[in-house]
Design a protein around this ligand. Structure first.
Ligand code: ADP
Length: 355
């Protein structure tokens, strides 16, 4: 049985509804990374889970107990769901975990500090700790409550880059120990390494849910793919043989400048565009206007540092790589990392470019 069940969770604010209808089940030992563009409700989801926010509708239950029920004991819920936010600046008294009277509690606190690598700092004051160390204390505090799950809301976002690693490595070691965690993060490599599940959030909910391998290597839905591959897109449409050729090549150039694409990739795309579209496709299909519109999509993936130009056109089956001008085709093949042609309801040529 799943440990936490989220059913039709909805959260409306006066001007925006970040969560429309979220359903998910979390199992004991799951480490879930929550990723997605900003403003898609990642933090709202975490806050609704531990009841820092009251959901507009829907339910959340832990071990069968519905915690969204107003009769539910809130402090008990918070104890079950530890939360670590961005670095807490205000912390009272020496690391504070130790301000407990009994020897047993002191020993436990010391164990916790050891787990986050701060046993030496037990007697230090917060001012003497770095951002990364403070964040590790915050994690130790969350563990001290023996929660069923720890929710991390961008635990490294306020940290100096040199301190991100130490915090992530503490979270990584908790994952190894089997702690159930849900982590909102922008650290993609970390999300990929540490979690067994990834929630990609968009359009008011969990838009795509899968293993890190599925989400990072084979996202199936369009928005996930754009986010993961950090895709930049340019769409051009040609409606007649007399289209503004100069204007179109300069738009490819502008697209390259806007997205800091390697100059050689840009130049190769322009050349391939010229050879394929002008020399072949329009030459062949443009005479009777049957091939229009010709739709050209250029996608650049920052993650792969590669670009892909897709040219789609009508006018009956025409594969420029077998039926086109030989010299043109040779040039394109030389410029490209790969070329493909397919025909379903229209012709579709894809050319891939790498630096
Ligand atoms: P994310 O964590 O994915 O960046 P958030 O959950 O912080 O997104 O926010 C989702 C949306 O809800 C945003 O448009 C944000 O402005 C809005 N929002 C968040 N908290 C509040 C609030 N307390 N009152 C009104 N709007 C809010």
């Amino acid at each position: 049985m799943s440990m936490i069940k989220i059913e039709h969770l909805r959260k409306e604010y006066p001007n925006v509804t970040p969560l429309k209808d979220v359903c998910a089940e979390i199992n004991k030992g799951d480490v879930i990374s929550v990723i997605g563009p900003s403003g898609t409700g990642k933090s709202t989801l975490l806050r609704c889970l531990n009841q820092l926010e009251e959901p507009t509708s829907g339910t959340v239950s832990i071990d069968g107990e519905v915690i969204t029920d107003p009769k539910c004991n809130i402090s008990l819920v918070r104890r079950k769901m530890g939360m670590v936010n961005i670095v807490e600046n205000v912390m009272s008294a020496p690391v504070n975990l130790l301000k407990v009277p009994k020897e047993q509690a002191r020993k436990e606190a010391m164990e916790l500090l050891k787990r986050v690598g701060l046993a030496e700092k037990a007697e230090n004051y917060p001012d003497e700790l770095s951002g990364g160390q403070k964040q590790r204390v915050a994690i130790a505090r969350a563990i001290a409550m023996k929660p069923e799950i720890i929710l991390f809301d961008e635990p490294t976002s306020a940290l100096d880059p040199t301190m991100v690693g130490e915090v992530l490595s503490v979270i990584r070691s908790l994952a190894k120990e089997g702690m159930t965690m849900m982590i909102v993060t922008h650290e993609m490599k970390f999300a990929r390494d540490v979690s067994n599940r990834v929630f990609y959030m968009d359009e008011g909910g969990i838009y795509e849910d899968g293993t890190p391998q599925q989400i990072f290597e084979n996202p199936t839905k369009e928005k996930t793919r754009i986010f993961i591959k950090r895709l930049k897109q340019l769409a051009l449409e040609i409606n007649s043989p007399d289209f503004d050729f100069i204007g179109f090549t300069s738009r490819i150039e502008q697209f390259g400048r806007d997205n800091i694409i390697d100059a050689r990739i840009v130049r190769n795309m322009q050349l391939a565009f010229e050879e394929l579209v002008i020399q072949n496709i329009i030459g062949k299909l443009g005479r009777d206007n049957s091939g229009f519109p010709i739709n050209i999509t250029v996608e650049y993936s920052e993650t792969d540092a590669a670009a892909e130009m897709t040219i789609a056109y009508g006018g009956g089956k025409y594969d420029p790589f077998t039926d086109g001008d030989e010299l043109s085709v040779m040039i394109v093949k030389k410029l490209a990392a790969s070329v493909t042609y397919g025909y379903e309801t229209e012709n579709r040529v894809t050319v891939r470019f790498t630096a």
